[in-house]
Ligand binder design. Structure first.
Ligand SMILES: [Zn+2]
Ligand SMILES: [Zn+2]
Length: 200
């Protein structure tokens, strides 16, 4: 069955049709099977929309959908940079306000999958140990970097002695049930504390 020819069931299919994005349901479900949350599905959808709205020349000069989406939606990007991007896009005949009107929220994705397609989205996909470990390693490396830079600045300011240093940070996780404390790597490796408290 081709969803392209059907009456749109909601904003998702209406926008997908308008931007000639084919098989949007299959694409969303594929992302979901790979562990994407509803929020990530909305971002995936919005980037597709943006990508369709940008022709090749625009992408070559201004940036691809990924880059532009990041600048537009990142709260940390300063307003001046966003305004500059908007006026650049306007010069390439991209009405980014219109495009953003077509972006969807994670609620819209949920309503579409649940309501229109009767797909259960009640449960967010579980985070697995491996990607959890990666996130923790990333956070640790990042905070070690910040500490290192700070010490470097203090050294330059003459506030600490001028010797070589190396920062390592060890994160510990304490179990509130039994009070035992673990290195975070150890905690993950053994699947949490082994005191097995009751469900409550
Ligand atoms: Zn729908
Ligand atoms: Zn415990």
């Amino acid at each position: 069955m081709s969803e392209q020819d059907d009456e749109p069931c909601c904003k998702i299919t209406r926008v997908a049709q308008a931007y000639h994005i084919r098989d949007i349901d299959a694409k969303l479900l594929q992302q979901r099977e790979q562990g994407a949350s509803l929020r990530e599905l909305a971002i995936f959808f919005n980037k597709r929309v943006l990508s369709e709205a940008l022709d090749r020349a625009t992408q070559e000069v201004i940036g691809d959908a990924e880059t532009i989406y990041a600048v537009l939606t990142d709260d940390d990007t300063d307003r001046a940079r966003q305004a500059e991007l908007r006026s650049k896009l306007a010069r390439y005949d991209v009405d980014i306000d219109d495009v953003q009107q077509d972006f969807v929220s994670h609620q819209t994705v949920r309503n579409h999958l649940n309501g229109c397609r009767e797909i259960d989205t009640g449960r967010e996909p579980d985070l697995d140990l491996e990607s959890g470990r990666k996130t923790i390693e990333w956070a640790q490396a990042r905070s070690e970097g910040v500490i290192e830079q700070t010490i470097e600045r203090l050294r330059n300011a003459g506030e600490v002695a001028d010797t070589r240093t190396e920062v390592t940070q060890s994160v510990r996780v304490a179990c509130s049930a039994c009070g035992r404390s673990y290195r975070v790597e150890e905690f993950l490796q053994q699947g949490g504390c082994d005191c097995h408290p009751g469900a409550d």
